[in-house]
Unconditional design. Structure first.
Lengths: 148, 892
């Protein structure tokens, strides 16, 4: 596993803790950057705000994106990621409590790579995150970075 | 035409007058042996009492006709009578008048002399002109006959007095002619005898020869009235030989008349007066039982002024009498036929016609009773038989059925011929037909039988006349002739009556049709008005006058364009435009449209019109226009339009509200989905973290508590999921399609089986069931029902689940049936409520939302769902899925 980071966009601290716990249990050792709302996530990705000056060449290996977020919601974040040449190829996995069809469809339409509904059962959640990590961090071949 | 009663010759003449005339005539005839003078006197006596013209003609031995006498009150005409006879003597080829009488010996009777007779009589134009000028109206030519030898004829003619001879007048003329004939014969015999006496030498021989061989019975009595000599004819008359007669008393051979005749004969001897033509009637001695009629004449035989005996001449006139009777009978029949004929001609009432005919025929035929069975056509064209009875009360026949086409009746009903039987019971055709084999019990006894068909001009058998008498041999040939004469008259009368009735019925129908049409057009709210081909009004109903404000009389005859004033007349579709007229009147099309019509007072109203051609015999005779005031219709249409708009507005509003409500609900669900589940996930997640990270610090009880916390959170998570699903069902758009519901059930059951392979469940799915609905929703419903069945049969050893459909009151009903735990029907109403459970959680797991979900899905399909069950004996869930053609969703 390389040193590439994982961007976890999650406003709920409990979910943040549980997600990180699940990732770690799945032996994912990458750096996990947590953004607690959509705006922060975008600041990170585009090196703005408190992330001013961050090296844009070092983009996360994957973005785990919750949908229900303060300020800018998950789908808007996804839209911005896909709209920008610098970020359009970053795999985005929606990781959300919602099982709503419109969220699911909306996510895929906007270019989400995967959609995971967080189950209440933590054991199941761990299993889901594990398989997610296996695919996106180990199996999937990332396209070469083409941002400026 | 003359009326029957007033112009008949004898109608005002009493029998006395007639007898007086006959007595006078007899007096004349017996007063002299000079018959030529006598007959001339008879002719004179006849005018004008019996005739306007009277002619007496003698037929000579050489077949010549000699005119003896012509009498007319005008002496010039008397001369004309002789002249005509001279110039245009009768020809042997004539088929009328004297020549025919001479040829046939039969009287000629012309009740009315038609012009054709004159034309056929006339030899040339002049002759015709003369006989036409005579103005002859009615005539009788009566032969004067003795022993079938025609001696001459008496001719009676009515002309100027415009009278007519009736059939019964023939009797009288016949009587007169017979007496005249005898007078002629007597006179001839007497003359012959006298001639013989004069010739002394031959007298005896001549007398003998004459007398002995004469066809007339002759006898000579001495003054004691004993037979001295009789001739052959006399022998024959009394059927005895000459030697049995001679020497006997005159009366010995004539029982009844003897006394009276003897007295008279003494007068003949004493007073030397002959007695001429005494009628003598009696049973024939020659043929016992046969009635003979004779005329006897007694002459005094005088020698030297003393009577030395009596000569008797007896003419057998039986044949004449019979003929006379026949003539009388025929005359009576003629008269009756004439009477009935006149009655029938004037009668158009069918019932009265048949009654008249039946009565007349029964009376004249001598029947005890008669009946007329006749067919009547009902209005609908069906025929049925009526009858009329004469001679006996109707009740005697009312209990019997109509006569059928039996062997006896067949010739009548088939219209073949008249049947006349002296004894019907002896007829070979009698008694062959079931059920009566003869007459039904209680029928009046019939021996003499006669029946005649009554046949229409068209050949149709209208019915039959039937006559009966309990004595055999009643119906004579002349009765048959009478009936034969009556039947065609009756047929014609019935034909006429039928025509008349048919005409009446058509007229009545037409009238009632007219009344109906009148009532209809008067009561209609639509204005109706008809135009002739000149575009002039020729009919208008009250509604039209009301609508247009013109009076009836103002409208009649008015021109189309004057009657209908149209606002904004655009010429193409407006009623009075030439285009509309052209289309309807010339092209026979029906035109309709709507115009604003202007009334007489200038006000206006909207109306729809309909113009149709009025056809008669496939030709356009005019145009009928109907107009209907549509003010009210328009108002209603406007109102309808307004309320439709209002409704649409309301629908839009409601849709907006509903959309808003729906969006709210969606937001709510979304937040539930996130915000309720997140804490649960934390509870579960961190409980697990505790268990993992601090297992060594927690005892078994602590670990168990954490497990319970986890279980509870997970369950709540499932409840939330189910609730969300339920609310999704309500909102999700439906896509209806045809679904192979049997396959769907089969797949679900296979999934259940594979997820729970330990169980042995008998699954029965009825094949090839189709339904129309949203396949994903129906799948959820079926999943719920089948997994319920799967679940509740979990404790059943021989578990069985059935999916199928049945037809209940014509409706297709699907069902899922199991033999599982079942339920108490008392709580059945709670089955379909959300979170309602009939089983405790430890018995059967579940969230209590499944059936609520199923019910919602079925309801969204417009169907119904219900359950039947019994604790421990299984449950049956039934539902319907009406075929939906359109998506009923309004929202979204």
């Amino acid at each position: 596993m390389t040193g590439k980071s994982i961007l976890l966009v999650e406003d709920n601290p409990d979910d943040e803790a549980l997600t990180i716990r699940a990732l770690r249990k799945a032996h994912v050792s990458n750096e996990i950057v947590v953004a607690r709302d959509g705006a922060e996530a975008l600041d990170y990705l585009f090196a703005k705000g408190k992330y001013q000056g961050r090296d844009l060449a070092m983009q996360p290996q994957i973005v785990l994106l919750d949908l229900k977020l303060p300020k800018i919601d998950g789908l808007q974040v996804l839209e911005r990621i896909r709209a920008d040449k610098r970020t359009e190829l970053i795999p985005v996995v929606i990781l959300t409590t919602s099982k709503e069809e419109k969220d699911l469809i909306g996510s895929y339409r906007l270019g989400a790579n995967s959609y995971v509904a967080k189950p209440v059962d933590f054991v199941e959640f761990t299993e889901a995150v594990k398989s997610l990590g296996m695919y996106w961090l180990l199996i999937n071949e990332r396209p070469p970075f083409i941002g400026s | 035409m003359m009326t029957k009663t007033e112009d008949l010759f004898w109608i005002n003449e009493t029998a006395e007058v007639r007898l007086k005339f006959l007595a006078d005539a007899s007096q004349l005839l017996s007063s002299s042996l000079d018959y030529e003078t006598t007959l001339s006197n008879i002719a004179r006596l006849s005018v004008p009492v019996c005739a306007d013209w009277c002619a007496i003609d003698m037929f000579e031995d050489d077949s010549r006709i000699r005119r003896l006498s012509v009498v007319h009150s005008d002496s010039k005409k008397t001369t004309l009578g002789f002249d005509l006879f001279e110039r245009y003597p009768p020809r042997s080829t004539d088929t009328h008048g004297l020549a025919l009488v001479l040829k046939t010996g039969a009287p000629q009777f012309y009740p009315d002399i038609p012009d054709e007779l004159l034309v056929s009589t006339a030899t040339d134009e002049e002759h015709l002109a003369i006989i036409r000028s005579l103005g002859m109206k009615s005539a009788i030519v009566m032969p004067m006959k003795v022993q079938n030898k025609v001696l001459g004829a008496i001719t009676f003619v009515f002309a100027e007095s415009d009278r007519r001879y009736r059939p019964q007048d023939l009797d009288f003329v016949y009587d007169l002619a017979s007496r005249a004939a005898l007078a002629i014969e007597n006179s001839r015999l007497f003359t012959e005898a006298r001639k013989a006496v004069i010739s002394e030498k031959h007298s005896v021989a001549v007398l003998n020869t004459l007398l002995m061989s004469a066809p007339v019975a002759f006898a000579y009595l001495d003054i004691n009235l004993r037979y001295v000599q009789v001739n052959d004819a006399f022998e024959k008359l009394i059927a005895k030989y000459r030697d049995q007669i001679i020497g006997t008393q005159f009366g010995a051979h004539f029982t009844q008349e003897v006394q009276r005749l003897e007295l008279n004969l003494k007068d003949v001897i004493d007073k030397h007066e002959p007695i001429l033509n005494i009628p003598v009637n009696g049973i024939s001695p020659a043929k016992p039982g046969e009635m003979r009629h004779s005329l006897a004449s007694f002459f005094p035989v005088i020698s030297d002024n003393d009577a030395i005996g009596i000569g008797i001449l007896i003419y057998d006139i039986t044949e004449q009498k019979l003929l006379e009777q026949k003539i009388r009978e025929q005359a009576r029949i003629n008269e009756k036929l004439y009477e009935v004929g006149s009655a029938l001609t004037a009668e158009l009432n069918l019932d009265r016609i048949v009654q008249t005919v039946t009565d007349a025929a029964t009376e004249l035929s001598g029947a005890q009773f008669g009946a007329f069975f006749y067919n009547v056509l009902k209005e609908d064209g069906q025929a049925y038989t009526l009858y009329c009875i004469s001679g006996v009360p109707r009740e005697n026949f009312s209990k019997f059925p109509m006569p059928r086409n039996t062997r006896i009746f067949a010739p009548t009903f088939k219209g073949e011929r008249i049947v006349r039987l002296d004894d019907v019971t002896k007829d070979p055709n009698f008694g062959h037909n079931a059920p009566y084999h003869g007459m039904p019990a209680g029928h009046l006894p019939v021996r003499s039988y006669m029946a005649a068909p009554v046949i229409s001009r068209t050949g149709e058998v209208l019915g039959g006349l039937f006559f009966g008498h309990e004595e055999p041999g009643i119906f004579t040939e002349s009765a048959e002739k009478l009936v034969a004469g009556l039947a065609p008259q009756a047929a014609i009368a019935i034909d006429n009556a039928r025509l008349f009735e048919a005409a009446n019925v058509s007229r009545a129908r037409l009238q009632s049709q007219l009344n109906f049409t009148d009532a209809l057009t008067n009561s209609l709210g639509e204005g109706i008005c008809a135009f002739d081909s000149e575009r002039k009004v020729n009919f208008v109903n009250p509604a039209m006058t009301r609508l247009l404000g013109w009076s009836h009389s103002e409208m009649m005859g008015r021109e189309l364009t004057d009657v209908f004033n149209i606002e904004g007349n655009d010429g193409a579709t407006s009623l009075p435009s030439p285009k509309v007229w052209e289309a309807v009147h010339h092209q026979k099309r029906m035109m309709e449209g709507e115009n604003i019509f202007i009334r007489k007072d200038g006000s206006s109203f909207p109306a729809s019109y309909l113009a149709v051609p009025f056809m008669e015999n496939q030709r356009v005779k005019g145009v009928v226009v109907t107009i209907r005031d549509i003010t009210e219709t328009r108002r209603i249409q406007d109102e309808l339009q307004r309320s439709r708009e209002e409704l649409e507005q309301r629908v839009v509003e409601r849709t907006v509200n509903l959309t808003a409500a729906n969006q709210e609900l969606e937001a709510f669900s979304y937040s539930v989905s996130h915000d309720l589940r997140s804490p649960l996930r934390s509870i579960d997640g961190f409980s697990q973290a505790l268990l993992e990270d601090f297992a060594d610090k927690l005892d078994a009880e602590g670990q168990d508590s954490l497990q319970r916390i986890r279980a509870a959170s997970q369950k709540m998570g499932r409840i939330i999921d189910d609730l969300l699903n339920l609310s999704k069902l309500t909102r999700a758009q439906m896509r209806t399609e045809r679904i192979h519901i049997s396959e769907m059930a089969q797949k679900i059951l296979e999934e259940l089986r594979s997820s729970d392979q330990n169980r042995q469940v008998q699954v029965i799915v009825q094949e090839n069931l189709l339904a129309v609905g949203d396949s994903s929703l129906l799948r959820i419903a079926l999943e719920n029902l089948l997994s319920n069945a799967w679940k509740f049969t979990g404790k059943q050893e021989n578990a069985r689940i059935v999916f199928g459909a049945e037809r209940i009151q014509g409706e297709k009903v699907f069902f899922v049936q199991d033999n599982g735990a079942g339920f108490n029907m008392e709580y059945g109403s709670k089955l379909f409520g959300a979170f309602q459970r009939l089983h405790q959680a430890h018995e059967f797991s579940g969230t209590g939302i499944g059936l609520a979900t199923v019910r919602r899905i079925i309801h969204r399909h417009g169907g119904r769902i219900w359950a039947e069950g019994e604790v421990g004996r299984g449950a049956k869930f039934s539902f319907t899925l009406p075929t939906m053609n359109t998506d009923k969703e309004i929202v979204r």
